[in-house]
Design a binder for this molecule. Structure first.
Ligand SMILES: CC(C)(COP(=O)(O)OP(=O)(O)OC[C@H]1O[C@@H](n2cnc3c(N)ncnc32)[C@H](O)[C@@H]1OP(=O)(O)O)[C@@H](O)C(=O)NCCC(=O)NCCS
Length: 176
C-alpha cells in the first residue's frame, strides 16, 4: 500500500536523486503570441519529445526546502515532492514532483499533492504554485486534473543556449 510521509534529509537518507524523472510525449502545448496575448495550442509532435529532470545537486537543494514528502511502497521510494513556503506572498512553491514511471497513473502524484496542500494549510499559505514547461504535456494534464489553473507564462525563462532551449515556462496555481 502506498504511504506518503515527510522525509527529513538531515536525519535519514534515501536515493531520491536516483528517481527516474523521464517522460515522453507525443503532444505539447505550442505557445503562440498574438499581439499582446498568448495562446496555447495543443499540437501533436513527431518524433515524440523526450525529457528528464536532472537531479544532480539535489541533496544540497533539499536542505533548503521546508517540506519534503516521499511516496513509498513498502520501503521503496516511488515518488517525492519538495516544497518551499514563500512568506512574502503566502504561496507554497512546488520545486519538485516526480513519480517513477512504473508507478505513474496509480494516484501517487495526486496523493503527494494532497499532502502538499495539507502542508500549505498548516503553513498558513494561500495555496500551491509551480512552474512547468509547455513541452510537459503529461504534467500539464495532471495539474489541470488535480485542480490547478494556468496563471501565467514566461517565454524568456529558459536560456536558448542552455538546457530547456525553446521551452516556455508555464505557471500553475491551486488555491486552498
Ligand atoms: C506528473 C506526474 C507527477 C503525475 O503523477 P501520477 O502518479 O502519474 O499521477 P496520478 O496517477 O496521481 O494522476 C492524478 C490524476 O491526473 C490524471 N493524469 C495523470 N497523468 C495524466 C496524463 N498524462 N494525461 C492526462 N491525465 C493525467 C490521472 O488520470 C488522474 O486523474 P483521476 O484521479 O481523476 O483519475 C508523473 O507523471 C511524473 O512523475 N512525470 C514525470 C516527471 C514530471 O513531469 N514531473 C512534473 C514536473 S513539473
Amino acid at each position: 500500500m502506498l504511504n506518503i510521509r515527510p522525509f527529513n534529509p538531515g536525519e535519514e537518507t534515501a536515493p531520491l536523486a536516483e528517481l527516474d524523472t523521464r517522460f515522453t510525449t507525443e503532444r505539447i502545448y505550442r505557445v503562440r503570441r498574438c499581439g499582446l496575448s498568448f495562446v496555447l495550442e495543443e499540437e501533436p509532435i513527431d518524433p515524440p519529445y523526450r525529457k528528464h529532470y536532472p537531479l544532480a545537486g539535489l541533496e544540497a537543494e533539499l536542505a533548503t526546502m521546508d517540506q519534503i514528502l516521499v511516496a513509498e511502497l513498502g520501503r521503496k521510494v516511488v515518488g517525492f515532492t519538495a516544497l518551499k513556503f514563500e512568506a512574502w506572498n503566502r504561496q507554497v512553491v512546488v520545486h519538485h514532483l516526480y513519480v517513477a514511471p512504473p508507478h505513474r497513473g496509480c494516484g501517487a502524484g495526486r496523493r503527494l499533492l494532497d499532502e502538499a496542500l495539507e502542508f500549505a494549510r498548516m503553513a498558513g499559505a494561500r495555496g500551491l504554485w509551480l512552474e512547468t514547461q509547455n513541452t510537459n504535456y503529461p504534467a500539464i494534464r495532471f495539474y489541470l486534473r488535480t485542480g490547478f489553473r494556468l496563471c501565467g507564462l514566461d517565454d524568456s525563462l529558459y536560456d536558448p543556449a542552455g538546457q530547456g532551449q525553446g521551452e516556455v515556462g508555464l505557471f500553475f496555481a491551486r488555491d486552498l
